[in-house]
Design a protein around this ligand. Sequence first.
Ligand SMILES: *[C@@H]1O[C@H](CO)[C@@H](O)[C@H](O)[C@H]1NC(C)=O
Ligand SMILES: *[C@@H]1O[C@H](CO)[C@@H](O)[C@H](O)[C@H]1NC(C)=O
Ligand SMILES: *[C@@H]1O[C@H](CO)[C@@H](O)[C@H](O)[C@H]1NC(C)=O
Ligand SMILES: *[C@@H]1O[C@H](CO)[C@@H](O)[C@H](O)[C@H]1NC(C)=O
Length: 320
Amino acid sequence: MALPLSLIFLLMIHRGSSADWGVKYSHSHICALKDSSVIMSCTYTYPTGQQIVKVFWTKHLGEEHPDLSEDPKYSQRLQYLGDKQQNCTIRLSHVTQKDEHEYYFRFTTHTNKWITVPGVTLTVTDLQVESPERVTEGDSVRLTCKSSCTLTDRATFIWYRNSQPLTERRDTNNELLLQSVRREDAGRYSCALHGHTYISPDVHLNVTYAPKNVSVSISPAGEIVEGDSVTLICSSDSNPPALNFSWFKGGTVVGSGQIYSISKISSDDSKKYKCKSINEHGEKDSDAVTLNIMCELMMRMRISFIGQECLCAARLCCRF
Ligand SMILES: *[C@@H]1O[C@H](CO)[C@@H](O)[C@H](O)[C@H]1NC(C)=O
Ligand SMILES: *[C@@H]1O[C@H](CO)[C@@H](O)[C@H](O)[C@H]1NC(C)=O
Ligand SMILES: *[C@@H]1O[C@H](CO)[C@@H](O)[C@H](O)[C@H]1NC(C)=O
Ligand SMILES: *[C@@H]1O[C@H](CO)[C@@H](O)[C@H](O)[C@H]1NC(C)=O
């Protein structure tokens, strides 16, 4: 790149007419996906009568032009697809950001050496999902699969949610539009290009929603007898989790918090209870539950049997 122009000029016009000497790269810039194979298409011309001695690619201008295929960082990944007549195409596989460089084709004949600048500038991109971190159920959201440069090859985008491909979305457009987001749309999203192994890092989409499925559970389960302690627990499905709960007995508010405790329950507490779960997106009531409280009767009996006498006690319950 820093090579004095005069030097290139000297190289080029050494013999014959310069118009006969040349290298044509079909792309001066290539934007390739990380890990993919890049084909740099190229043709070269020289005056008739010239005999081609050596053809190779290099990334250095200057006195030395090291052959890329002899560079251990490239040799395994570089394949010369061209020939010794006019085709100088190469393929470089498994490209990484370290391969970002300008590359030149160079050939020598029995009398001359040729290199053409500018060469092919390679840029390697990864993919990043751009998405809002959080959306509310019912909103529409647009996810974008971003590359740092415009991919040279026409690409078909594939989207994944929780590593499963969203088969219905296969598009040359790099956007995924989720209209009226549902809770089920929450998850880890990533994107890729059809026919390529590279997959973008995951991005988590958090779908927030008002409480749903609000229910009351009673502890301990089973029969409740007057004087027992009873705990009512309000549970709900909501995102963010509901932290605000209200308790209703009959129709009146009797408490707050996820747990409502009644110690020494009495027949007076035999009512319909429900809870309300509240988060920043809304609120919802549970179905009402009825506490059926049994009263306790103690019966003591003295029983005489063949001269023996025993005392029996029985606990009986009744419904108020
Ligand atoms: C050069 O060779 C490659 C690989 O064999 C081929 O795909 C391409 O069409 C050739 N280009 C020209 C101009 O012949
Ligand atoms: C409501 O919650 C209960 C208990 O957590 C669960 O078994 C049930 O499947 C949920 N119903 C719906 C519609 O989400
Ligand atoms: C989603 O966002 C809410 C609100 O910031 C947060 O409370 C909740 O923990 C997040 N959920 C997940 C699964 O990240
Ligand atoms: C709980 O919700 C009620 C009703 O919306 C509201 O009046 C109260 O301030 C809330 N409490 C907290 C701690 O957010």
